[in-house]
Design a protein around this ligand. Structure first.
Ligand code: SAM
Length: 291
């Protein structure tokens, strides 16, 4: 990592400080799966006790998430396996992007959906302070483990077991809401619980086979407006796994994937709409669909 304040974190000293202060290895389980298929189409298990150097290196790879659960826990972590990824520790570069766009300030009240290992929770709490972060995890075993890891590090965050799609009304309104599971439809509860002017960051499914990281601002009437800030791939929020026609989700037919940076989104209690304004004459369009 560069020592310069304009290094990897682009001058965001608070983010750099949080990454230096929170030990990622404290949150990574002793056994994780490598996220790319190897021999026989199986995901290799990396065991800290058997191969400590490999485990530590994998933990700190910038662009590789590590899989902490397959098939909602039906697959025990005792060897190479196949299955659907249902929990992970997000990769470093993606966490940086999410937090950079979330831009929480000290003292902000934050709601996180998808606690996972608790790593992002700890980074958030480092920035916003004790008792400011509420994090929701639907899987009880994953939630319990995260709670223990946060406690062991002395992180004062409110880790709740429950369906994040409903948000957490007792802590509302929130200055910042971050989902680390992707959605097809932004849950109306999040919009109700976001303060006017507050920022919501969530990965949103698209018709193109990848998600967009959406940055939305609360308008104060249970609605929000915003746009995509990056392309990303995330595991889906548990209640939104089933595919739905994109037209029902507010995506216009034939939308141009190359113009994703121009998309505008409006979402309220009843519907969400994504539109792309008519191209302005002479405007240079991005040619790549990935960030
Ligand atoms: C990509 S992982 C989160 C990773 C976490 N940010 C970290 O770095 O450790 C997504 C998490 O969202 C959780 N999840 C899925 N649906 C959820 C829901 N409806 N409410 C709360 N958590 C949910 C999954 O169980 C999983 O642990």
């Amino acid at each position: 990592m560069e020592a310069s304040p304009r290094g990897y974190f682009g001058g965001l000293d608070w983010l750099r400080g949080a990454f230096l202060a929170v030990p990622r290895e404290h949150f990574v389980p002793e056994r994780v799966w490598w996220p790319r298929q190897g021999e026989h189409g199986l995901y290799e298990l990396i065991d800290r006790r058997a191969t400590p150097a490999r485990w530590l290196k994998a933990t700190y790879l910038l662009r590789t998430p590590l899989i902490t659960q397959l098939d909602d826990g039906a697959v025990p972590p005792d060897g190479p396996a196949s299955g659907v990824f249902t929990s992970s520790i997000s990769c470093v570069t993606v966490v940086i992007e999410l937090l950079r766009h979330l831009a929480p300030a000290p003292g902000d009240r934050v709601l996180e959906i998808g606690t996972g290992t608790g790593y992002t929770t700890a980074l958030l709490a480092h920035r916003t302070g004790p008792d400011t972060v509420t994090t929701l995890e639907v899987d009880p075993q994953i939630a319990d483990r995260a709670r223990r890891r946060l406690d062991a590090l002395g992180v004062r965050a409110h880790a709740v077991t429950g369906d994040g799609e409903r948000g957490y009304a007792p802590g509302a309104p929130y200055d910042r809401i971050l989902s680390t599971a992707s959605v097809r439809r932004v849950p109306p509860a999040w919009l109700r619980q976001l303060r006017p002017g507050g920022v919501l960051i969530a990965p949103l499914d698209s018709p193109f086979g990848w998600d967009f990281t959406m940055r939305l601002t609360g308008t104060g009437s249970g609605a929000a407006v915003g746009r995509p800030v990056a392309t990303v791939e995330f595991m889906r929020l548990r209640g939104q796994r089933a595919p739905r026609p994109h037209r029902e989700l507010g995506w216009p037919d034939g939308i141009d994937a190359r113009r994703w940076r121009d998309y505008e989104m409006r979402v309220d209690q009843h519907a969400q709409r994504i539109r792309v304004p008519a191209a302005r004459k002479g405007k240079t369009l991005p040619v790549r669909a990935t960030s």
